[in-house]
Every structure is written in C-alpha cells, then in structure tokens.
Design a protein around this ligand. Sequence first.
Ligand SMILES: [Mn+2]
Length: 253
Amino acid sequence: MKIIKIPVSAGWLKKTTGVEKGPDKIIKHLEDFWFSETGVLPVYSFDEVKAPTQKSVFEKIKPLNEFIALGGDHSMTYSVFKAFASNHKNPGIIVFDAHPDLMPTTEPVNHENYLRSLIEHDVVKPKNVILAGIRNSDPDEIKFLKENKIKNFPMSLISEEGKEAICDTIMSAAKNFDALYLSIDLDAVDAAFAPGVAYPEVGGLTSRELLYFLHRLKKLKNLKAADIVELNPDKDSNNITALLAAKLVVELC
Ligand SMILES: [Mn+2]
C-alpha cells in the first residue's frame, strides 16, 4: 500500500498546530502490528508531500490509483480528494467525523469547510457524500446538510439504530459510486479512546465500532483510497490515538 505523508497544519485559529507531526508518528507505530486482524501482512511504500500546498498535494496524488494519505489536518482532504476525483467518473466519499466541516468556503480552504468547498466547487455531488459520527454542528452546517440532502448518520442515530443497520445503509449507498474514498477524522472516535486530536469530542464511536465499519467497508470493491487526519501527538495520552491511527492503516491495507 502506498502511504503518503501530508504534514499540513493550516488550521483555523492555529488550533491544529501539532497535527503536522501526525504522519511520522503514525508510521512509527505501524511497527507495533504484524498481521491485520483479517490475516493480511501489510506491505508499505512511503512518500511525502514536503511543505504541502493545495497544488503540491494535488500533483502528488493525481498519478496514484490506490493509497492511504496521512495528515495533517482535515483541510488536506480537499486537495487529496480533488486529485482522486479527477481520475474517476462518479466518485463518492464516506467521512467519519464528529463535525460536518461544512462551514462557508474560504480561500484557501480550511479544516472546517473542506467538505463544503468540495461540494460547492463541483468536485463531488452532494448525493455522493456520506457522513457518519457527527455530534457537534454549527447551525450553518445543519442548514447546508438539509438543503443539499446529504446522507448523514449522526452519532445519535448510530447509537439508536445500531452500527450494523447503519453500516448496511451506508454500504448500499456507497456501492453505487464508481470509486469510493474514505476519510477518517480521528475525532469521530470518542475522546476517551482518541484524546490526541485537535478538537476532542465525547460521546463518539469506540475504537472497536470504527474498526467494525472499516472491516465491512473494506469489502466494497470500489474502495480505492483513504485518509486519516487530525492526529495531534502533542495532545495524545500514552500514544493511544497514534496507535489507533496506525491500526486503522493496518486494517485498511
Ligand atoms: Mn474533520
């Protein structure tokens, strides 16, 4: 699996400072795993976007077919997905996140509005966007979600209906995309399991619940690429979040 390091910290209000250390930290912890739980021996090749900009990230990703990009803050998904989308007819994205990241667009985009920017810049159709794990939104974002009829599976719904049923629904929607991209903001996971993120949120997925989703989504033939974002090693506790991020990489290989 090609692993692309994108050490970007372009965060609004500088609250994401520290996330640029994420990629190296995750890679260090890959050593802590041998086989994946499904018995796969992961083989990696590493590459990096040094001093990342929207343009340099796009150019690094454009020639790739299958990859996992490691952040860095969520703003990077704008350029990574844009490059991915440029290679496919009808691309779609599943995002695990505590926040919808649908704030009004800015230039350059940031980690609070990358997803709205992808939609408003016609990179992805709103009907090809699936959100899961949301539990803290701005009124502006809720309005945008409703107006664009975005498929939204907030934490409350996952908790009420169960991860199995929600995963079934997500998979039947996602299997129709020509190419599927998975974006994992580590704050989708409960702060008790993933404290080392820029904006920790309680009441989220357990590590195991997120792994359940990944193991099932991995079975979709159209799943081509993924990113893991928002690890902040400076805020972590006993490297627990870094270790989770590394395990996610292993299980996605
Ligand atoms: Mn996010």
